[in-house]
Design a protein around this ligand. Structure first.
Ligand code: TYD
Length: 139
């Protein structure tokens, strides 16, 4: 079972301004089929709050900062993302919540799968039973 982890991205510091880059299968361990971003989040709001069966993702704080809580059904960890040259890799089958957005923050999310509502697990209770079911079928 893979664990969520921080992946450091290349950074090219320059007096003209800095540059970072992501290439699929090089800095992110999947082929990117979709990319979306979350922005203009009002203070105190939470995004995410679901899991995916197949979709894997990389979350990057392009601007500002926010917390990402990740939970595999047994253990919950929290990462504060605040640098655009760090990505948080989130494997499939992870419950995740994004909160505590700073003003003007932008969360970029790279996804391995096309948008598919059937891939979503929408409640934590369903997620827990999905994890139990996976543990029973995969010795
Ligand atoms: P949702 O996945 O619920 O956002 P969050 O992860 O913050 O909970 O998506 C919010 C809305 O955006 C929902 O109406 C579906 C739409 N949406 C798409 O149409 N395509 C996408 O790729 C994503 C991620 C969302």
């Amino acid at each position: 079972m893979e664990a969520p982890r921080i992946i450091q991205l290349p950074k090219f510091f320059d007096r003209r301004g800095n540059l970072s880059v992501i290439e699929e299968m090089v800095n992110v361990p999947f082929e990117i089929s979709r990319c979306y971003w979350i922005y203009d989040v009002p203070g105190g709001e939470m995004r995410g709050g679901h899991a995916y069966r197949r979709n894997r993702e990389m979350i990057i704080a392009l601007s500002g900062s926010f917390d990402v809580a990740v939970d595999d059904g047994y253990e919950r960890r929290s990462f504060r993302l605040s640098r655009s040259y760090y990505g948080l890799y989130v494997p499939a089958g992870t419950w995740r919540e994004i909160s505590d957005f700073s003003t003007n923050s932008v969360a970029l999310i790279l996804a391995s799968e096309p948008y598919d509502t059937d891939d979503y697990i929408y409640t934590y209770k369903q997620f827990k039973s999905y994890v139990r079911q996976q543990a029973d079928t995969c010795p």
